[in-house]
Design a protein around this ligand. Structure first.
Ligand code: HEC
Ligand code: HEC
Length: 337
C-alpha cells in the first residue's frame, strides 16, 4: 500500500516536471501568468509646440495610428479617414483575424477613450503592448515595430494624442478566440533602456527607422497563422481584406520579381498617389496616409528599401490567384514560384 502510494507520488512528480519542461521549451509560462510588463511611472511628457507638430506628423502619417484607429469612408476614392474622426477608433472586424479586433478610441474622452490613462500608460501600450489594466494587446497593434520608436517620438505622439478633441465613441471590445487569446500574452516585451532615434545624417538608417515604425512589414512580409515567414521579408504575398475589398501586398524587395525597376520618382509617386505609371493601386495600400510624407522622408525610405535582401517571389494582382508553394497561400502568379 505504502509502496503504491510512493509510486503514485513519484509518477505525479515526474509528470509535473515533464509538464514544466514542456511548457518552458514550447509556449513558455506567459500564457498562464500574463504578459511581461514593467511597472508604470508617473512621468509626464512636456507639451511643447515641437512635440505637437512631430506627433501630428507621425500619428496622422507614417506610424499609421490614425489609419487603424479611425473610421474610413469606403465610398470615396482612396478610402480616406472620415474628417474630424481621427483617432476615434474603429471595429476592424473578424475577417482574417482569430476573433473580433477593435482599434480603440484614442481621444481623451474619459468614458470611451484614454481620458483616464497616464502618459506612461499610453507610451507603454504603444511600444510594449500592454494595456493600462495589464492585458496584452493583440499584435496587429504594431508594438513589435513601435518598440524601435525613439523616446522623443513616442513622447511626441502622446502629446499629440492628448490634444485631440475628446470624442465620445463607444466600441465593442477586442475578443480573441481561445487559445490565441492566451498565446499572445508572450508577445509583449518591456523596454528598460533608452531608445534613440537614427543618426539624422545617415540616410539609410533614417529610411530604415521610417520603414520600421511605418510597419511596411505588417502587410509586405507574408505570414502564416500570424507568424512572419522567415526568408520572405518584404517579399509580398499576404492577402488583405477590408470593406469588401481585397488585395495581395506586393513584393517590394529589389528583386526582378519585386520593385528592382523602381527609381526614386516612381517610389514617391506610388506612395503619394497610389499610381505606378498607369496602374492604380488598391486603397488597401495606405497611400492616402503616405501622401503626407515629406520628400526627404520618402527619399530616405527608398534608399533603405534599395538595400533590402532581394526576395524572388512573383506576386501579381492583375492575374487570377493560384497556390504558391513559397508562401503557402493563394495569390496572383502563385503557381509561377
Ligand atoms: C495595424 C493597425 C494599428 C496600427 C497601425 C496602430 N494600432 Fe493601436 N491598436 C490597434 C488595435 C487593433 C488595438 C487593440 C488591440 C487589442 O485590444 O488587443 C490597438 C490598441 C492600441 C492602444 C490601447 C488602447 C486601449 O484602449 O486598449 C493604444 C494606446 C494604441 N493602440 C495606440 C496606437 C498608436 C499611438 C499608434 C501609432 C503609433 C497605433 N496605435 C497604431 C491597431 C493599430
Ligand atoms: C495595410 C497594408 C499595407 C501597408 C501597411 C503597406 N502596404 Fe504597400 N501595398 C499593400 C498592398 C495590398 C499593395 C498592392 C496593391 C495593388 O496591387 O493594388 C501594396 C503595394 C505597394 C507598392 C506598389 C508595388 C507595385 O506593385 O509596383 C509599393 C511600392 C508599396 N506598397 C510600398 C509600401 C511601403 C514602403 C510601405 C510602408 C511605408 C507600405 N507599402 C505599407 C499593402 C500595404
Amino acid at each position: 500500500m505504502k509502496k503504491a502510494r510512493r509510486i503514485l507520488l513519484v509518477t505525479l512528480l515526474v509528470l509535473v516536471v515533464l509538464f514544466a519542461v514542456g511548457v518552458t521549451a514550447t509556449i513558455g509560462w506567459r500564457p498562464f501568468i500574463g504578459p511581461k510588463a514593467r511597472p508604470l511611472t508617473s512621468r509626464q511628457f512636456e507639451r511643447t509646440p515641437q512635440r505637437l507638430e512631430r506627433g501630428r506628423y507621425l500619428f496622422l502619417g507614417i506610424a499609421g495610428c490614425a489609419f487603424c484607429h479611425s473610421p474610413h469612408d469606403a465610398n470615396q476614392t482612396g478610402n480616406p479617414i472620415v474628417a474630424g474622426q481621427e483617432g476615434t477608433g474603429r471595429d476592424m472586424g473578424a475577417e482574417g483575424f482569430p476573433g473580433r479586433v477593435v482599434a480603440p478610441n484614442l481621444t481623451p474622452d474619459p468614458q470611451t477613450g484614454l481620458g483616464s490613462w497616464s502618459d506612461d500608460a499610453i507610451a507603454r501600450a504603444i511600444r510594449e503592448g500592454v494595456r493600462m489594466d495589464g492585458r496584452a494587446l493583440f499584435p496587429i497593434m504594431q508594438y513589435q515595430n513601435f518598440r524601435h520608436m525613439s523616446d522623443e517620438d513616442v513622447a511626441s505622439i502622446v502629446v499629440f494624442m492628448r490634444s485631440l478633441p475628446a470624442v465620445h465613441h463607444g466600441l465593442p471590445r477586442t475578443e480573441i478566440v481561445f487559445p490565441v487569446k492566451y498565446l499572445i500574452r508572450s508577445v509583449p516585451q518591456p523596454i528598460t533602456a533608452p531608445v534613440d532615434g537614427p543618426d539624422p545624417n545617415d540616410v539609410i538608417q533614417r529610411g530604415k527607422y521610417l520603414v520600421t515604425i511605418g510597419s511596411c512589414n505588417a502587410c509586405h512580409t507574408p505570414q502564416l497563422r500570424g507568424q512572419k515567414i522567415a526568408g520572405l521579408e518584404y517579399g509580398g504575398g499576404f492577402t488583405l481584406k477590408e470593406n469588401g475589398m481585397s488585395a495581395t501586398a506586393a513584393n517590394i524587395s529589389p528583386d526582378a520579381t519585386g520593385i528592382s525597376y523602381y527609381d526614386e520618382t516612381l517610389f514617391k509617386q506610388a506612395l503619394r498617389s497610389g499610381h505606378v505609371g498607369a496602374r492604380s493601386l488598391s486603397p488597401i495600400m495606405p497611400y492616402e496616409v503616405y501622401s503626407k510624407l515629406t520628400d526627404d522622408d520618402l527619399k530616405a525610405m527608398f534608399a533603405y528599401v534599395r538595400t533590402l535582401k532581394p526576395v524572388k517571389h512573383r506576386v501579381d494582382n492583375a492575374i487570377p490567384a493560384t497556390y504558391c508553394k513559397l508562401c503557402r497561400q493563394m495569390h496572383g502568379g502563385g503557381d509561377q514560384n
